[in-house]
Design a protein around this ligand. Sequence first.
Ligand code: SAH
Length: 358
Amino acid sequence: MEALLSKLSEQQELTAEEIVWFLKNLTPELKQQLYGRASEVRKQYYDVSVYSRGLIEFSSYCRQDCLYCGLRRSNLNAERYRLTEEEILECAVEGYKLGYRSIVLQSGEDAFYTEKVMTSIVRKLKLFFPDTAITLSVGERSEAFYQALYNAGADRYLLRHETASRTLYESLHPGMSFDNRMECLRILREIGYQVGAGFMVGLPGQTHRHLAEDLLFLKEFHPEMIGIGPFIPHSATPLNGAAGGTVEDTLVMIAMARLMVPDALMPATTAMGTLDPSGREKAIQAGANVVMPILSPLQIRSKYALYEQKICMGDEPEHCRSCLEMRIAVSGYRMEFSRGITTDLTYNYKTVSEYFHY
Ligand code: SAH
């Protein structure tokens, strides 16, 4: 086992068989060693920096029906909302004032936000905040859509592959195609986006072999960003009775992904913080180096329910910022506000309506 851990940290790779064997025979002591190695590698690449990305969850409508997700279209109990362009820009202004220079726009797959609507939002964000990285996470769209948004100024795109096993993927995504998801990732990369992939841990039917496939896919695809989080069952979905993922199993995956793709940006996910009050700190100790504070308006936050009991539902963005900054500092790391720009909270930006006459 020690030999496998050495191979993993020195050569940054293992075969599928070795990963399965490693996962099967992990002891608590070896896990600690694994986290320690992952943390060292992260430090080599990123020192003590933990990057922040302000998350705006702008629509809870979704045309897809993923079995695990609370936003699936068959969940008739889900409360749906859409933010207007102005509301989205106001969230971004708030994020900018708080110092974030990286903003993520995420939603269900909502056709209301056409290429025209989205390009207008992205163009204005770039005009307002030319020094801010704009990340989109709006699911599977056409190549033309991806290209138009890239041309409008979007820099990055998050599209988790969810699971690299075709059969597991197809069992969880009725009406969706594994090939199309993979094709989207490749198109995004080709267009020039910095791409984020990733998967959930603890999906029903997921085996060590499936997890090995996820790690090997990440190694081969080498995304700039890797999101790994535990699956948390939602009561209004068909996976209601499932066991879900654990913090421990997710930490192992984060650490192994860090060792196999050492330069990736990897978030300590909200799902980790939901399962365990110190889940995000543990993720950072195991190799994660990004946090994603939520910037969405308080009134709609609880409606973006991929799963239930999500943390930070009542926290003002400013509170989220100071809470995360403190958690990160206490763990011995430093929260970065991206692109190396120092934060100046005293700036008084105009409101969006002053600029664009809404
Ligand atoms: N529609 C976009 C954004 C999806 S939400 C897209 O398709 O990319 C972001 C991520 O949340 C998903 O990729 C999925 O990995 C995760 N997620 C969804 N439901 C979840 C659940 N019940 N528990 C944990 N993570 C979940």
